[in-house]
Ligand binder design. Structure first.
Ligand code: KIV
Length: 244
């Protein structure tokens, strides 16, 4: 899986072998420049989901429920899911278990596929005191395992495990019948997800241990821009070939 926030990259992903796409609330950071995902709201998520769904015709499309949107009462929850689905989402992802387990069960019973998200759940960044590895004590690890079981019981079709030790994600995966999708969770999950811009190397200053960059996108794009700039200044572009 990869994240996707816009039409043009959705078209590329649509032609790739990647199975599924998440319109993540990480869009608040990656596309809008905020420090956390807390600034993503339902309008932001709907707008990105609508753009992605236009370019993504053959992949499974999951959209994130943004910060607190699932904790504002049933009416608000249903309204938010309704907006995301009308924008093209086929499932929603909800972080944590705490106050949400009943709502997850309610959504699943209402025919809405729900993905869970455990470990370093970014919407709780201030509770964690930063984007830090979770589940590295026995107590914490047991708690995350129990939460995973609760999410499966509530009807989640899959669970994202973010920034937890590989040993824990392996144990969780072995204890569940639904697939786990890892990010910073080692290789023993059922699948993996990365933020598209991260794997393409678009941010040269973002280098967490779990990330592998498959392209130096930052340098490649800078080079293309400088080639264009040079051509314009040297009057090589547009040439007669590009002129009417
Ligand atoms: O918002 C996001 O991009 C995510 C993934 C990193 C799992 O939740």
């Amino acid at each position: 899986m990869v994240t996707c926030y816009d039409f043009w990259s959705a078209q590329i992903i649509n032609n790739s072998n990647v199975d599924a796409v998440l319109v993540g609330d990480s869009t608040a950071m990656v596309m809008h420049g905020y420090d956390t995902t807390i600034n993503a709201d339902i309008d932001m998520m709907v707008s990105h989901t609508a753009a992605v769904s236009k370019g993504l015709k053959q992949k499974f499309l999951i959209a994130d429920m943004p910060f607190l949107s699932h904790l504002k009462g049933r009416n608000q929850l249903v309204e938010s899911v309704d907006k995301l689905f009308k924008a093209g989402a086929q499932a929603v992802k909800i972080e944590g278990t705490g106050n949400t387990i009943n709502d997850i069960e309610f959504l699943v019973k209402s025919g809405i596929p729900v993905m869970g998200h455990l470990g370093m759940t970014p919407q709780s960044v201030h509770q964690f005191g930063g984007f830090k590895l979770q589940g590295n004590t026995e107590n914490q690890a047991n708690q995350i395992l129990e939460e995973a079981k609760k999410l499966q019981y509530a009807g989640c079709f899959s669970i994202v495990l973010e920034m937890v030790p590989s040993k824990l994600s392996k144990k969780i995966t072995q204890n569940l019948s639904i697939p786990t999708i890892g990010i910073g969770a080692g290789k023993f999950t059922s699948g993996q997800i990365l933020v598209l811009q991260d794997l393409l190397g678009m941010n040269k200053d973002f280098n967490p241990k779990f990330l592998k960059k498959y392209l130096n996108g930052f340098e490649l794009i800078k080079k293309a821009l400088n080639n264009y700039d040079k051509d314009v200044k040297e009057m090589k572009f547009p040439s007669t070939k590009e002129s009417y």
